[in-house]
Design a protein around this ligand. Structure first.
Ligand code: KIV
Ligand code: ZN
Length: 516
């Protein structure tokens, strides 16, 4: 039976939009961040860390817009331990129904060396910055970065200082993913026992996954008394990532018998947000990833299939529908109508407006004509692809023909509409993708650098759709373009153009005069 005691409630703090977005290449657009924040709020995340407002005007605007649109969740912004950061953070979060300022400083010997603060200097800095934050906002969170490599005596002193200055949440980051479960638990227990005022605040755990122990470390911290878990969707984050939200939430749900804590998360929303984050970040979920991996509920061996058919519990510890996966993966075909498509998409977690449904329906019919069976994953790719293009895009793909053969070079014959004017060119390259990308560059010269090109088959079979991610960089700005099609070259060209359109939107935002 699930516990209802308030002391057993674990707050979920999602930092996909801050720590997650910090992973190289995972940059998201303003609209994508708003969409993710809205889903996080809807699924019951308690605190959303929406960004690092002083990092860039784009970050500031995103945090401000998320704060203004927030419904239930606390909206938090990150700031270093200085007044300018904290003021900027407050400006961004202040319009949230429930704002929070999160401020941090590196406390381990290595970090003290970098900030050139001796222990007394650091204590003074913590006192003045947390006090300043508290004068602006009631709800202040403080973090000693690299806490797991900070001397215990000093850690107790800095935590006590932050509590005295008014922090209501003390987050204990394992910044470099160095700790292990027993140590993670012991650290929280030690702080709860030794720090005066520890019983008046909430301890949070923030783990990185460098040694693959982030989920275990976070859960161990909860068992020792932490009541806020910091995590990201799909475990996105710097280097090996952060604790994955879906893992800790499902672990607490499935093993509630031995970990009697509860969260507010509607777990049936997990798949939808996992897919969205994978699509917009360009970081696909590994097939065997716990909970949300494509194979997490797939049974290949005969013995397992036989067992699951007789009683799913033989080899399944959670039900697919608990995370928002439909129980059946019934293929849709070209005879399926609009109502069936709507119902199927609802099952998959997509409640589309009528005009969106019409667009997806047209594309679904076209796909069903080319592909024998249209599976759930095909539909998810269609919906995602539909969201990547609009009739207002600066560059639009009109026609593409490629000529391939054993004798190179390959040729691409491409027509794009650029700002409403159709332009056409023939280009060659080392393979059809290279030829097609060369054609784009000739039609729309640009300095953006291709950082990543990635192709994934959505389903099995030679008629499978391919989803393509293209990551591009221009003057430090990184964007990821996405597209899906049964033709890999078409998907690649559309993904490249999608990335260029995102860069154009970014240029317009930062320098309106730059685009004529
Ligand atoms: O990993 C870390 O230490 C952080 C802090 C800024 C909380 O992300
Ligand atoms: Zn972190």
């Amino acid at each position: 039976m699930t516990t209802t005691r308030e002391q057993d409630r674990v707050l979920i703090f999602d930092t996909t939009l801050r720590d997650g977005e910090q992973s190289p290449g995972a940059t998201m657009t303003h609209e994508e961040k708003l969409e993710i924040a809205s889903l996080l709020d809807e699924m019951g995340v308690d605190i959303i860390e929406a960004g690092f407002p002083i990092a860039s005007p784009g970050d500031f605007e995103a945090v401000r817009a998320i704060a203004a649109a927030s419904r239930n969740a606390v909206i938090c912004g990150l700031s270093r331990a200085n007044f300018a950061d904290i003021d900027r953070c407050w400006e961004a979060v202040r319009h949230a129904r429930q704002p929070r300022i999160h401020t941090f400083i590196g406390t381990s010997p290595l970090h003290r060396e970098i900030t050139k603060l001796d222990p007394e200097g650091m204590i003074a800095r913590i006192h003045e910055t947390v006090t300043h934050a508290r004068n602006l906002c009631d709800n202040v969170q403080w973090s000693p970065m690299d806490a797991t490599r900070t001397e215990h005596d000093f850690l107790c002193r800095v935590v006590e200082t932050a509590i005295k200055a008014g922090a209501r949440t003390i987050n204990i980051p394992d910044t470099v993913g160095y700790t292990a479960p027993r140590e993670s638990a012991a650290l929280i227990a030690m702080l709860r026992e030794r720090v005066p005022g520890a019983d008046t605040i909430i301890f949070a755990t923030h783990c990185h996954n460098d040694l693959g122990m982030a989920t275990a470390n976070a859960l161990a911290a909860v068992e020792a008394g932490a009541r806020q878990i910091e995590c990201t969707i799909n475990g996105l984050g710097e280097r090996a990532g952060n604790t994955a939200l879906e893992e800790v939430v499902m672990a607490l749900k499935v093993r509630n018998d031995i970990m009697p804590y509860r969260t507010n998360i509607d777990t049936t929303r997990i798949m939808k947000i996992s897919r969205l984050v994978a699509a917009v970040s360009g970081f696909p979920v590994q097939f065997n990833k716990a909970v949300v991996g494509k194979n997490a509920f797939l049974h290949e061996s005969g013995i397992h299939q036989d067992g699951v058919l007789k009683n799913a519990a033989t080899f399944e510890i959670m039900r697919p529908e608990d995370i928002g996966l439909t129980a059946t993966n019934i293929a849709m075909g070209k005879h399926s109508g609009r109502a069936a498509l709507r119902a199927k998409l609802r099952d998959l977690g997509y409640d589309l407006a009528d005009n969106q449904l019409n667009d997806v329906f047209v594309r679904f019919k076209a796909l069903a004509d080319r592909k024998k069976e249209v599976y759930d994953d095909d539909l998810v790719a269609l919906v995602a692809d539909n969201a990547t293009t609009t009739e207002h895009d600066f560059i639009q793909v009109r026609r593409l023909r490629v000529v391939c053969g054993t004798e190179g070079p390959q040729e691409a014959d491409l027509t794009l509409a650029i700002d409403g004017v159709e332009r056409h060119i023939d280009a060659t390259g080392d393979g059809p993708i290279d030829a097609a990308f060369n054609a784009i560059k000739m039609l729309f010269p640009h300095k953006a650098r291709l950082q990543l090109y990635q192709v994934h088959a959505v389903t099995e079979g030679t008629d499978a759709q391919a989803t393509v991610s293209v990551r591009m960089e221009e003057e430090g700005k990184i964007v990821t373009g996405q597209s899906a099609d049964t033709d890999t070259v078409v998907a690649s060209v559309k993904a490249y153009v999608n990335a260029l359109n995102k860069l154009i939107v970014r240029r317009q935002k930062t320098a309106p005069a730059a685009m004529s």
